[in-house]
Design a protein around this ligand. Structure first.
Ligand code: IPD
Length: 309
């Protein structure tokens, strides 16, 4: 019910604030440690040299998981660090009330003390992200959204902030846009790897596509910040026009998608290579895909609730 969802939203907002404080304190400590020795990195490798986990990821997830299971014992919890690699993907998202959490999105940024890292908490029902909270403490940016309640920056500014009348459709994406795309963790040195495809797409957009297709001009900029969920929040702000990633997990995108949808933007599953295709299909986003495409909101009245049907 509406009341239940509002209660879940209020709980998620408070949890995001508390977890953000934990992240902030851990990063402050790291700053001290980083002065002492750059070797004292408290991270360990997961799948490869760029797939890393820190004590902070684990501590923050444990804190969030405990809080959620105490408050909502019947809800399912899906967290990046609790997910065991052997588990089937079917385990992840189903129809039940589910919390989908990345305790530290942008772990590599955190390790290097690059401020684009955050805690990301989403609540899903029937596979749909209804509530999203993202707290990036070093940026002092707190994003929150609940279906029917709007999407907000620092609880006071309604998203989107940039109100372009027309959203960029995928076929026209390169023209005058800021395009954002994550590198992911694939480091295979083969022409069909995600990494190679992304490099190729970036170069095409920056150098060729906008100019040759005529009329549109070049892409304004290409960004890769290292946090998928924050990228989605910036698409919800209207700052990024388009975002794409192939190779991410539910917890990397769930809260960002909740915020983007509520701001009036679009998210869809998308298969690489993008944007070499003429158009990308826009269908209702389904978590569980590895590839997503997001398009900024068209703007519109700040008093309207944003979600497009
Ligand atoms: C990663 C970040 C990165 C994306 C990866 C994610 P993590 O999450 O969101 O931007 O490219 O696919 O796994 O490991 O920092 O929580």
């Amino acid at each position: 019910s509406r009341e239940e969802l509002d209660g879940i939203y209020a709980f998620a907002v408070q949890l995001g604030k508390d977890a953000g404080r934990m992240l902030q304190e851990a990063a402050n400590l790291r700053m001290g440690a980083a002065h002492a020795s750059r070797e004292q990195k408290e991270h360990v490798q997961k799948e490869n040299a760029v797939d890393l986990v820190t004590e902070t990821d684990e501590d923050v997830e444990a804190f969030i998981k405990t809080a959620i299971t105490q408050k909502f014992p019947s809800h399912k919890f899906v967290g990046e660090e609790s997910y065991s690699k052997g588990a089937s993907r079917d385990y992840l998202i189903d129809d039940s009330p589910t919390w989908c959490v990345d305790p530290l999105d942008g772990t590599v940024n955190y390790i290097h003390l690059f401020p684009m890292f955050c805690v990301s908490i989403a609540f899903l029902w029937k596979g749909r992200p209804l509530v999203g909270v993202i707290n990036a403490p070093f940026l002092e940016q707190f994003f929150s959204a609940c279906e029917g309640r709007g999407a907000w920056l620092n609880e006071e500014r309604r998203l989107p902030l940039v109100r372009e009348p027309v959203p960029p459709m995928p076929a026209k994406a390169p023209s005058g846009c800021i395009f954002s795309c994550e590198w992911g963790k694939d480091r295979r040195d083969s022409p069909d790897s995600n990494l190679h495809r992304k490099v190729e797409s970036f170069v095409n957009m920056a150098s060729e596509v906008g100019g040759r297709q005529g009329g549109g001009g070049m892409v304004h900029g290409i960004r890769s910040l290292g946090s998928a969920t924050l990228d989605l929040a910036y698409v919800a702000m209207g700052s990024f026009d388009i975002w794409w990633e192939g190779g991410c997990w539910e917890w990397d995108v769930a809260a960002g998608i909740a915020i983007l949808l509520e701001a009036g933007g679009l998210a869809t599953t998308a298969n690489p290579p993008y944007p070499n295709e003429e158009t990308a299909p826009i269908e209702e986003v389904r978590l569980g895909s590895r590839a997503y495409l997001a398009i900024r909101p068209a703007g519109g009245s700040p008093t309207e609730t944003g979600r497009q049907s």
